[in-house]
Every structure is written in C-alpha cells, then in structure tokens.
Ligand binder design. Structure first.
Ligand code: BGC
Length: 500
C-alpha cells in the first residue's frame, strides 16, 4: 500500500490545478480562431478570403468591436475573477474547510465553462469568464493548502508540487485537444470554439466527483473540534493504525498547536502585519510577484509568435513547437518534485532564477541577430526550452509549495490568500502590459524579465529561509515567534511552538 492513499489525495485535489492549466492552454488558441473572432465581431472576412482584425479606422460595418479591446477583455475578465476567487477563498477556507472550498471552486469553474460555451454575445461571454476565473482563483489558493495540510513533513514539498504538475498536464492536454479540434472542425462554424470551451467541463465534472470522496484536512477538523474524525483520517493518510506511536505524536503536535493558537481568539487581518507573520506575508507576496515576472506566461501565450519571429513557418511549425514546449513544461516538473526534498527550496529558487535570466538574455541576443546569421533561430529555440525547464523545475512548483507551508494555522488561509492574489494581480498586470511592450520594444521585452530573474535569485539568497524537513508546526522556529506566541508566554502559558 505504501503512500498510495497520500498520492491519491494529492492527485485528486490536483485536478483543480489541471483546470487552471486547461484554461491557460485553451483560451490563447480560442481567441485566435476565425470562428470565434468573427462570431464576436472583432475580425471580418476580407474580399481576398482571409480573416482580418477590426483595428484602427479601417474596418467594415460587420465589425461590432475592436480586436484589441475584445481579446484584452476576454483575458482580463478571467483574471479579475481569479483575484476575487483568491480573496473569497481566504475568507471561506476556515469556515467551510479546504475540501469544500475546492468543491465550490470546481463548481464555479464548470458553471463558467457552461456560460462561455453557450454565449451568444459578449454580454454572456464576459460574465462566464469572470465566473470561471472565480473558480480558478478559489482552487489556486485552496488546493496547495489542502495538499500541504494532509501531507507528512518528509513528503510535503513533493506532494504540493503535484499541483504544478497538474497545471502543466492541463496546459498540454488543452493544447493537444485544441490542435485536433482546429484541424478537424470547420473553422467557419461556431461549433469549433464552442467545442474547445465546452471540453473544459469534462475535467470540471471529474474534479467535483472525485473530490467529494476525499477526506477533510485533519488540521482543519481539529480546529473545528472534530478530533476523532481527524485522528481516523490522519491514520489513513499515514497508512497506519490510530494507535501507531508516530500518528499519535503527529496528532498531538497538531492539536497542541491549533489549541494554543485558538486561545488567542479570532485571527484578524491586521495580525498579518504582526512580527513573525509580516515577513511571511512579504515572502508569499514577493515570491508570487517574481514568479509572474519570470515572463513564463508571456512565453506561453506568445510562443507561436516568437517561434514565427525566429523564422519558423507559422502554420507548419507553431503547433508542433508549442506542443513540444508545453510537453517540456510538464516533464521538467519531475526534477523539481524530486529535488525539492533533497536539495531544498532555497537553492532551487536561486539556480532557477539564474537559468531563466541567462536563457532570456541569450534568446534576445539570438533573435536580434537571427536575420544576419542562419542557424541562430534554432539555437534560440533551444534556449526557450531551457527557460521552460528552468521555470518548471523551480519557480513554477516551489512558490506554490512555499506559500502553503510557511503560515501558522491561525492565519494560514488569509496569508496564502494574499500570496495567491499577488499571483493573479501580477498575472493580470503582465497580460495588460506585455502586448504594449511587444508593440514598443518587441522581443527586447525579454530583457525586462531577464532582469527580474536575476533580481529574484538575489532576493531568495537574502530573504528566503529553507523550510525543507520542517513540520508545519515548526515554521515559527524559522520565521520567529509571532505575536500570539509571545502573548501566550506573557500570560504564563505554554508557547505554541510544539514539536521538537
Ligand atoms: C503559474 C502560472 C503559469 C504556470 C505555467 C504556474 O505556477 O502560476 O501563471 O501559467 O505555472 O506552467
């Protein structure tokens, strides 16, 4: 049996990550479908038989909206929903629990997909995008948190990275399925885009079904005084009996810690600024800030454009190259999963920043020189792949792991909520800014992301402590005792730091 149940729980919740990845993979391709753009009125069929963007003043009466506005809003409405979902989730994850938060996230995602699929105009498409985004926002906060709280210390990093693995699987599956839809379905029929968007409901329903059978987080149960249930679930997760000494010791550690924290009363939002907690909020926020400023999503969204700029024939090569890069993104998560419990979080973040920064500089140089030097575009493509390997094995998975493990139970939902909002806010900012950067400085924008990659390596070196091998209850030792621990001591009670 081994740790099979533990993996099952992580993969089941990880389907929430797959939905997130599926959305990333699907929307870029749908936006550029002729069937979608002509249906929503931002492209038109020109006299020569080609579809053209409705831009500037040069468009016929059949255009009902401008191309840049519509594509921008299709992406942006979703991201706004994600920010809102992360906020809602940080407020409800303590009340209804981690498991039900994931279920509610899955429900919103599936509902959003249904609205988008059946949309007959932008007035239904945009709300559908917001609703789907709320679902992804809720899951992106609660899935890593749930996996982290159900995992044993020695496997926590690896199991939490399952979330990132599932994101990358989602991106790859979506690209693959869309490629089939694009090459088999009539590109003038609305069936093409409706099918692509409608397919999202399949993993959505799968998540709702399997998550229903998954256990509650034992830490959350103890916090709700449901100790007997918590012990049974903990024993099952650890593949041992309830009387097993290690299970009993872990149960006691969690309970002591939760009870000591509860004695201080309700956690308020202002407590996030308290000594010992403020630094964790700072780290969660900035690690997610930097994760987005690696430029990974710019590479993902515009990779077919980038490959075309390198001289590769757009139609013939963009699908295979995009698929190859998405596949590498998936495969390269495995070294990260392996190394996170051997090398640790800190060294991987530093190495990852340097690999990505160097790759982006080389890509810029090679693409810039490619018109004079044949062969260089191919070298640039290799470095796009190396960049992806750098992201997928370090900053992609580790940031989600780190944010879900550093906060004490009292403020865990709020702290991880803020970090998750940071992910989505910066994702949205980059989605808005990068098309403008493309218009102004073209591929030189990669140097901006390269600079961010080098800065994040230094940031990690200076500010990010190692958490490998520490239980969730031991994080206070690393980050300094928060105020409430001190208050306990002042009151002459036992400090909340429990296990040793
Ligand atoms: C990031 C996403 C990104 C994805 C790519 C995630 O960790 O948060 O913004 O699209 O990785 O694999």
């Amino acid at each position: 049996m081994g740790a099979y149940y533990q993996y099952l729980v992580a993969f089941a919740a990880g389907v929430g990550g797959l939905l997130f990845g599926y959305e990333i993979g699907v929307i870029g391709q749908v936006i550029s479908m002729d069937s979608f753009s002509s249906f929503f009125g931002y492209r038109y069929l020109a006299a020569n038989g080609d579809y053209k963007d409705c831009t500037g003043d040069d468009y016929p009466a059949s255009c009902s909206s401008l191309a840049e506005d519509t594509t921008g809003w299709v992406t942006f409405t979703f991201l706004i929903g994600c920010v809102g979902g992360a906020l809602v989730s940080s407020m409800m994850a303590d009340g209804i629990g981690r498991k039900f938060s994931i279920l509610i996230g899955g429900f919103f995602f599936t509902l959003g997909a249904a609205l988008q699929t059946s949309a007959n105009g932008l007035s239904l498409l945009y709300p559908g995008r917001v609703v789907g985004g709320v679902g992804v926002g809720i899951m992106s906060m609660s899935v890593p948190l749930y996996i982290s709280e159900t995992s044993p210390t020695a496997m926590r990093g690896r199991l939490t990275t399952v979330y990132q693995l599932m994101i990358t699987i989602g991106i790859f599956i979506a690209t693959a399925i869309n490629s089939i839809i694009i090459s088999t379905v009539d590109n003038t029929s609305a069936t093409e885009w409706r099918l692509a968007l409608g397919m999202q409901m399949v993993p959505g329903v799968i998540l709702l079904f399997i998550m229903f059978f998954m256990p509650y987080s034992p830490r959350w149960l103890i916090n709700r005084d449901r100790d007997a249930e918590a012990l049974t679930i903990l024993a099952r997760l650890r593949n041992a009996s309830e009387s097993d000494a290690a299970v009993a010791a872990e149960f006691k550690d969690i309970r002591d810690s939760v009870h000591a924290e509860r004695e201080i009363g309700e956690a308020s939002w202002s407590e996030l600024m308290a000594p010992g907690i403020g630094k964790r909020v700072f780290l969660g926020f900035f690690l997610q800030f930097f994760q987005q400023w690696t430029g990974m999503n710019v590479i993902l969204y515009y990779q077919s454009d980038l490959f075309a700029r390198m001289g590769i024939d757009k139609k013939a090569a963009s699908i295979p190259f995009t698929l190859a890069n998405d596949f590498i993104n998936f495969i390269a998560t495995f070294p990260g999963m392996y190394l996170i419990e051997r090398v640790g979080r800190r060294p991987l973040l530093i190495i990852g920043g340097v690999i990505m920064g160097t790759s982006l500089c080389i890509i810029t140089l090679f693409v810039g020189l490619s018109s004079q030097t044949p062969g260089l575009p191919w070298a640039a493509i290799v470095f796009v792949f190396i960049f992806t390997i750098g992201f997928a094995s370090t900053w992609g998975p580790i940031v989600w792991t780190y944010q879900s493990e550093i906060f004490p139970m009292r403020v865990r939902a709020k702290g991880t909520g803020i970090a998750t909002m940071s992910n989505w806010i910066w994702n949205a900012v980059i989605a808005k800014v990068s098309p403008k950067m493309i218009a102004r400085i073209n591929f030189y924008q990669y140097l901006v992301y390269a600079a961010a990659c080098f800065i994040m390596a230094v940031f990690t070196f200076v500010f990010v402590p190692e958490t490998m091998g520490k239980s969730l209850e031991e994080m206070d030792e690393i980050f300094g005792s928060p105020t409430h621990a001190r208050k306990s001591i002042e009151k002459g009670e036992k400090a909340i730091v429990t296990s040793a």
